[in-house]
Design a protein around this ligand. Sequence first.
Ligand SMILES: [Zn+2]
Length: 191
Amino acid sequence: MAKLFYRYAAMNSGKSTQLLQIANNYETMGKAVQLYTATIDDRYGVGKITSRLNIQRDALTYDDSFDFLAQDYQGIACVLIDEAQFLTSEQAQQLHRLAHTRHVPVICFGLRSDFKGEPFPGAAWLLSLAEDIEEIKTICACGRKATMHIRVDGQGQRIKEGPQVDIGDDTRYHAVCAKCFYQGHAREDTP
Ligand SMILES: [Zn+2]
């Protein structure tokens, strides 16, 4: 039975590394996969999925108008979606329908909340619809499990206001635990 999976985490948790590992596992078994990433994520070039371990692969891209149900998945054993927090609510529903009507497993990787602690619409829908939800664990600078993240400027100072989407390099975000999110991040005190 194909189903919809959501693997979520804070920033810089190795999501893309896990995605690329799964793609490799399928291909080692002689099965084809279809990779997607958000057009808006151009950190490493448009249409690139890049892990922090410096592995990179080309992927198809989706923007807000992309229709996942209009694509051909003939011969595809698994669909893998990176940066899934950027999906629209409609696209999250399309992927759920894709898994259950065309019998292709869909594994999404993404964030749960933004730098203000507010949900990304795509993530909220994936958390509502996915049959298999798993947290990818990462650690806050204080040693607790990180479940949120904060945005910082070029000097490392925390930014609390601004648009939900601001594609910056990975140093612009720190994964933090909820306590550090509300009470101040250990790194903010570092001179
Ligand atoms: Zn912490």
